[in-house]
Design a protein around this ligand. Structure first.
Ligand code: 5GP
Length: 107
């Protein structure tokens, strides 16, 4: 059974796509902590981020960096918060959350 995120990548579940290449996909979080809250995922179905093979993990990190820089250009913010939670969806992902203050998120 495909994960929710794989169903998003395939288009079965709609999403607001932020960026995509052959191996990775970025889309807006359905329940954002701040405007522009984006999830960055590998297309390969792996639950735990650190179970990705090192080359894919490195590629995902570089892809997330490019996405974060793009978000910074369109969402006014001080910086982008980066988080790996994995409490809910068993498909490796990185949260990118635009922050307006050093210690606060803009709900
Ligand atoms: P985590 O697993 O890191 O704790 O959280 C998973 C994140 O995925 C949550 O922030 C949640 O809002 C988001 N999410 C869960 N299901 C969907 C969905 O169907 N579409 C989108 N765009 N985001 C989702």
């Amino acid at each position: 059974m495909a994960t929710i995120f794989s169903r998003i990548v395939s288009g079965e579940i709609p999403s607001y796509k932020v960026a995509e290449d052959e191996r990775f996909y970025a889309f807006l979080d359905i329940n954002p902590l701040a405007k522009g809250h984006t999830l960055v995922i590998p297309k390969v179905e792996v639950d735990y981020l650190f179970d990705l093979d090192p080359e894919t993990l490195a590629g995902l990190t570089l892809f997330a960096q490019r996405v974060a820089k793009a978000i910074e250009r369109v969402v006014p913010c001080k910086r982008i918060g980066v988080a790996v939670l994995g409490l809910e969806v068993p498909h490796a992902h990185i949260h990118l959350v635009p922050l307006n203050k050093e210690s606060d998120i803009d709900f």
